[in-house]
Each structure stands twice: as C-alpha cells, then as structure tokens.
Design a protein around this ligand. Structure first.
Ligand SMILES: Cc1cc2nc3c(=O)[nH]c(=O)nc-3n(C[C@H](O)[C@H](O)[C@H](O)COP(=O)(O)OP(=O)(O)OC[C@H]3O[C@@H](n4cnc5c(N)ncnc54)[C@H](O)[C@@H]3O)c2cc1C
Length: 371
C-alpha cells in the first residue's frame, strides 16, 4: 500500500507527486485519462510559484522553456492607460514566466512518479486510519489521500459542488506571430466593445483572449471571424484555431477531512481572466507536501500546521477569485460614459504608487505562500 495516493495527473497532482517523492514518500498518482489532456490553458507562472518550486530544481527547468515577461500594459483605443512593472517588485523572480500549460506539465511529470493511468475514482471514504478509494475496477486504500482531480471531480468530496457561473464568454487563440512590437509585454486592450488580452509566449507565439457575447453563434467559423475582427481592430493578425470558454467561481469551505485533502481546481476555481488558477493549485501542493511528509515520517499529524495551511490556502483562493472577478467586470463592454469613467479609474489605479500594488496583486504577491 503506498503511503499517499494522489488522484489526478494535472499540474497540481503531478507537482504534489514530485514533491512527496522528493521528501522520500512512497506516493502513487491515479489518473483516469489514458494520456495527458489536449488543449492549451494556463500560460503564466508567477513569482511565488517560481520561488516555491526553486528548492526542487523545477523552476530552473521551467525557465528553460519559458519567456520572462517583465511588464504589462493597459491600453484603450491604442493609447496607453498605464503600465504594471513586474521587474520593479522585490521578488526573487521579478517577472511572469510564460509557457503553455502542456510544457509546465511535461516538466512536472518528469519529476513525478509515472501515473497509473486509466483509473477513474468513483468514491472516496475516510475510514479512521485510512481512506478507501473506489474505482470502476476495484477498491483500494491509503493512509493519506489527496484529491487533485480538477473542477469535475468536486462532487466526490463536497455536498454543494456547484460553482457560480458568470454571464461572460471568451474566445481564445494561440497564434504564431514571429517578431512582434510587444514581444516581451503583456497587453490588455480595454475598449468599449470588451477586453482583448494579449500575452507573449516563447517561440514568437502569442495568446489572445477576447470577450465574446454569450448569445453569439457557437459555429467554429463564426467564432474564428469574431476573433479575427477583435484582433484586426487592434492591429493584430488573424487566428488559426479558436476555442471558447465560460468563467466560474468556486472556493471550497474546507480542504481537509481527516486524512483526505483536496487541492487545485477541485477545491477552488477562479476565472482564467485573473491568470492565477493553476498557480493557486501549485502553491497548495508545494505547501502541503512537507506537512504530509512530516506526518508520514513521524507518524503524528502536524495538526496546527495543517490547520493554518487550510486557512491560508482558502484565504488565498478567495483573494485570487476576487481579483479575477474584478478583471472580469473591467473587461465587459461599456457605453461611452462608463468607458470614459473606466479609463479614468484605470489611469489612477495604474499611476505611480498605486501601480506597484497592482503589480503585486497580479503577480500573486498577496498569496499566503509569499509571506
Ligand atoms: C482557458 C483557460 C485558461 C487558463 N489560464 C490560466 C492562466 O493563465 N494561469 C493560471 O494560473 N491558470 C489558468 N487556468 C486555470 C488552470 O488551467 C487550472 O487551474 C489547472 O489546470 C488546474 O489544475 P488541476 O491539476 O487542479 O486540475 P486539472 O488540470 O483539471 O487536472 C485534473 C486531472 O485529474 C483527472 N481526474 C479528474 N477526475 C478524476 C477521477 N475521478 N479519477 C482519476 N482522475 C481524475 C483529470 O483527468 C485531470 O487529468 C486557465 C484555465 C482555462 C480553462
């Protein structure tokens, strides 16, 4: 029987597996998918995450594949409203490392035990000194179990797993642009017809995310045209493949039930417009691993530390969710008067002094793991 079982080989489960192994723990990762999932999601790894992954050498490996983005700019109708300078933060890594989530997962997977694939957990039952796991095939157990199964696995542990859904919809595309005038700057275009976010990626690629009306056609060609229009309007070139996503908010009331823990999107889901969901989960895992290792090595639960871990991770998730909700609201279409007010507000918020607080917030400087 392994000492710890982790459910889910997404970024959070892989990091937890890697960190527990590094601490000498016999850990098994169970994953329902036969191979890593397709699609592109998170593109930014923030300073606190890079600092937390440094002792394991994972940061160094991530940075081999990443682009270092040291500033973000808010623009309206092509004119600069303000700049967020990550390079002026007093952090160990004064930049956002951008790379596709699949590349982050590859780096984490190389340090983690190979997942046992094709195993779908259907039930979790805490039973005194162990937790029993039911799958489609069998029943197994371990002294400690961590659910890192993402948003869809939430109903395995929570009585009320439904997330709040925002009315907003977005289109997303990654485009090969080669040389670009904003090659190392993230840009947020805040115009009357809704936000367009633009992030540099390694290898001359760029991620674009555009606000899209909820009632607009879901036809792939129609989506491609709408995205093409949003890009053209800001002087960018057209998209190849376009995906769409909605945004939801969920912050669990608790992340632990005895010997069963919940981390990552299974415990909290924040709007991708904040760019912090994966980072929150990675920090859950990086901070939980030494506590579980201590429990296994000493045979005694570090109760006080586990209580503060749970409290701080929930507090950090609430903060990230609030920031993401603010971003979502700021990115909605607005009539001329509201748009003008928004521009004034942003100029003030991104001005000298206040701009530093903004950079700190966007770089996850308010996460409990940074203190
Ligand atoms: C469009 C988009 C853009 C995003 N951009 C960003 C960004 O820029 N920055 C950022 O920080 N975050 C971003 N995110 C959020 C980020 O992608 C997620 O927070 C992250 O993937 C969560 O990781 P996870 O490991 O908790 O869950 P997941 O990535 O969902 O992985 C869970 C794994 O568990 C497996 N699993 C589930 N249920 C079971 C079961 N019952 N039994 C066995 N296995 C199971 C799944 O197959 C999956 O492999 C974005 C998300 C989206 C949708």
């Amino acid at each position: 029987m392994p000492e710890v079982i982790v459910i889910g080989a997404g970024p959070v489960g892989l990091l937890l597996g890697a960190e527990l192994r590094r601490h000498g723990i016999d850990v098994e990762i169970l994953e329902q998918r036969a191979s890593p999932g397709p699609g592109s999601r998170a593109v930014g790894v923030h300073a606190p995450t890079l600092a937390a992954l440094e002792p394991s050498g994972l940061t160094e490996q991530l940075l081999v594949h990443a682009l270092r983005v040291d500033r973000g700019e808010a623009r309206s109708e092509g004119r600069r409203l303000g700049t967020v300078r990550f390079d002026r933060l007093s952090a160990r890594f004064p930049f956002v490392a951008t790379l596709p989530q699949a590349d982050t997962e590859r780096v984490l997977a190389a340090a983690a035990p190979a997942p046992d694939r094709g195993v779908r957990i259907t039930g979790l039952h805490p039973m005194g000194h162990r937790v029993e796991l039911e799958s489609d095939e069998d029943v197994r157990s371990a002294p400690l179990v961590v659910l890192a199964g993402g948003a869809r696995s939430r109903d395995l542990v929570y009585a009320h797993p439904a997330a709040r859904t925002y009315p907003d919809r977005y289109l997303m595309t990654d485009v090969d642009l080669g040389a670009h005038r904003d090659s190392e700057t993230a840009v947020v275009h805040l115009d009357g017809d809704g936000v367009l976010e633009s992030f540099p990626l390694p290898g001359g690629r760029r991620r674009f995310v555009a606000w899209d009306p909820a009632e607009a056609s879901a036809d792939p060609e129609a989506r491609r045209r709408r995205m093409g229009h949003a890009l053209e309007r800001r002087g960018e070139r057209g998209p190849a493949e376009v995906t769409a996503f909605a945004v939801r908010r969920y912050v669990a009331p608790q992340m632990r039930n005895g010997r069963l823990f919940v981390v990552g999107d299974a415990a909290h889901e924040v709007s991708p417009i904040g760019g912090q969901g994966m980072n929150l989960g990675l920090l859950d895992a990086a901070t939980l691993a030494p506590l579980l290792a201590d429990w296994v090595h000493t045979g005694t639960a570090p109760e006080a530390d586990l209580r503060s871990w749970e409290r701080e991770r929930i507090r950090s998730a609430r903060r990230a969710a609030d920031l993401a909700a603010l971003n979502t609201r700021l990115g909605r279409p607005a009539g001329p008067s509201v748009d003008a007010l928004r521009r004034r507000m942003l100029r003030a918020m991104l001005g000298p002094g206040a701009g530093r607080v903004f950079a700190h917030a966007y770089a996850m400087g308010f996460d409990a793991a940074t203190s």
